[in-house]
Design a protein around this ligand. Structure first.
Ligand code: SF4
Length: 179
């Protein structure tokens, strides 16, 4: 039986949800028999591949690059799982919405720096901030939502197994928003 092609990516997240993925510990060996990780911070693939069965996305959408990536992910993935509160609601990543993009840039590139040679915000090599941080489902359709900050490893395991076995799982006792 061919393995299920799985990708993972973090957009505007802290990597905490990806750390929880690793916290599945020995269950990763069991999953490795069933899935191929074709793109992820855990592997060295440079380009997001085509024909992915399941993409697990951590983090909200903060930049034009994030927006481009989530649209490509949607095009190339049969299913998308939004992993963690940032991906589902914006959560910590969206705190900057309280102040606005201009204020965040000013704080980061002027107020808190000792020296800014150009006297301008960077416009090359770094992606452009969106006017507002948004959760994934404001840009594309999402198939699965798994909350938590970070999402506990037990919930990630149960959901992935459920998807692989094409059955519904109840994760209400394993995770919740803010947990
Ligand atoms: S949900 Fe929490 S742990 Fe996950 S990326 Fe966001 S801040 Fe980090």
């Amino acid at each position: 039986m061919s393995k299920v092609r799985v990708a993972t990516i973090w957009l505007d997240g802290c990597s905490g949800c990806h750390m929880s993925f690793l916290d599945m510990d020995e269950r990763l060996i069991e999953l490795a028999e069933l899935i191929d990780v074709v793109y992820s911070p855990y592997v060295d693939a440079k380009e997001f591949p085509t024909n992915v069965d399941l993409t697990i996305v951590e983090g909200a959408l903060s930049t034009d690059h994030d927006l481009k990536m989530i649209k490509k992910i949607r095009k190339n993935s049969k299913k998308i799982l939004a992993l963690g509160d940032c991906a589902i609601t914006g959560n910590i990543s969206a705190l900057k919405n309280l102040f606005g993009t201009e204020a965040v840039l000013k704080k980061g590139y002027f107020d808190l720096v000792d020296f800014n040679e150009s006297g301008e915000y960077p416009s090359k090599m770094v992606p452009k901030l969106l006017d507002k941080v948004i959760p994934l489902n404001e840009a594309v359709d999402i198939d699965f939502f798994v909350p938590g900050c970070p999402t506990p490893a037990d919930a990630i395991y149960e959901v992935i197994k459920g998807i692989l076995e094409n059955r519904e799982v109840d994760i209400s006792k394993l995770t919740r928003f803010g947990k």
